[in-house]
Write a protein that binds this ligand. Sequence first.
Ligand code: RAM
Length: 521
Amino acid sequence: MAFEFQINRDIKFNRDKYLLNKAEEFKPNILPRTVSSYRLVELLEDKSKFEGVGINEIDGDLNEKALNKGDSLIIDFKNHYVGKFSINIESIGSPMDAPLCIRLRFAEVAAELRYKSEDYDGWLSSSWIQEEFIHLDELPCLLELPRRYAFRFVEIKVIDTSPKWSAVFKNPQVVTETSANSESIKIPELNDPILEKIYEVSVKTLEDCMTDVFEDGPKRDRRLWLGDLRLQALANYKTFNRYELVKRCLYLFAGMTVEDGRISANVFTKPFPQPDDTFLFEYSLFFGVCLYDYLNEDYDIKLLEDLYPIAKKQMDYSIKYVSEDGLLLTDDKYPIFVDWSNEFDKTTSGQAIMIYSLKKFISLAKLAGDDYSKYQNILDKLINYSKDKLFNSDKKLFVSGENEYNIASQVWMILAGVFDNDKNKEIMKETINSLFPVKNIATPYMYHHIAEAMFVSGLEEETVSFVKGYWGKMIYLGADTFWEAFDPNNQDYSPYGSPIISSFCHAWSCTPVYLIEEYLL
Ligand code: RAM
């Protein structure tokens, strides 16, 4: 998907009061927790860490450090947190004859502190950079920052005091703002320390993305995306079991659809619920998928009654893109996402995701007692087209676009169950033989789908080493939570032009806990 901001101001959205009230009913409480354990660190060059930036604990007591113009320090809270930061500040020396001016920078990973915000030239707003310049006229004071940040490190730099006095910082703390608490989650014995660590970091990632919705990333974009929700919900069913939070998210999407039936790719919840005028083809379809997955976990007839009509309207919109002979036609204005990478053709992945979603929708229709013959007919056409026109039996792979064979197409066709298990295994083996190692795929989101397709194909041993190689590498590089984007061959890759804007605690990266629970335990 070549990125373009979608601006669709003329679109008319419904606001269904009943559905939005239901969303409100399921709003969780935020559980504040105070974190005041920290240490002081400095950055150092360390080739074994992410982007070559390591940390080193430094001696000395924060309370005893008198800072003057140009001095800085880095507070390390020793883990990733989402919440509000506060600190006491005093002056020592002569009376304060000028304001104190400080710069605060909040970072999820140490490498972020190596970037300068003024050098950022990416396409997402620089206002996401977690940096503040503050003037304080009177000391002592308790500085309580009003914004919520996602961070482990806080760098404080004194821009200026005056030669006559110095600033002293005391009692830094974070009051967390998540609605989950991973302390209650027991890590299973997996007889593999790396997998156990991956499990733990997955849970922490999910926890830090759970506020009053399942956010995609607490640093950025801080909103509810359908593609992320689908995966978070699966991980949640294996860990926190917060069913009401999934219901809230589904009701939010359902309450604010376009008049023609389309469901937004994401919604905002603050200061009040609003749908984004951005649409991704498969994210819209994932509403029905997510609803089906929910009912599979916790059968709730009311939820089905309320939301099935919404899933159906969306499906009726989506099937207009299926040609008479069963090919999914693509439209740049309603792009298929698959991954942030633009280096591969996405048409066959789109075809497979349509099949995947339509199958789950038909299961929903059956639960709802609705006539599904029209949908079955389209599904059959899509499958036949895929088998007859897209599958190359010599190569044992699906083609995409102009004679291109890529990993994403095989993976999604396997997940869609176009062929049976034996054939899936054959295709996955061929994918590994001829298309691995993975290149030009930039997100844990797509890596998740590769891993799941490998598990589904019965390649357990290979999948475990694949998961350990990818998510384990993030841990090896220093991750406390899993990242939004990670290309092991190109560590400073960011979909947005600079890692300073990337999110290092990202919803769609939390899935190893789901994969481990679903396929290994
Ligand atoms: C990013 C978001 C989100 C993802 C979309 C497509 O901007 O962070 O995780 O779903 O892209």
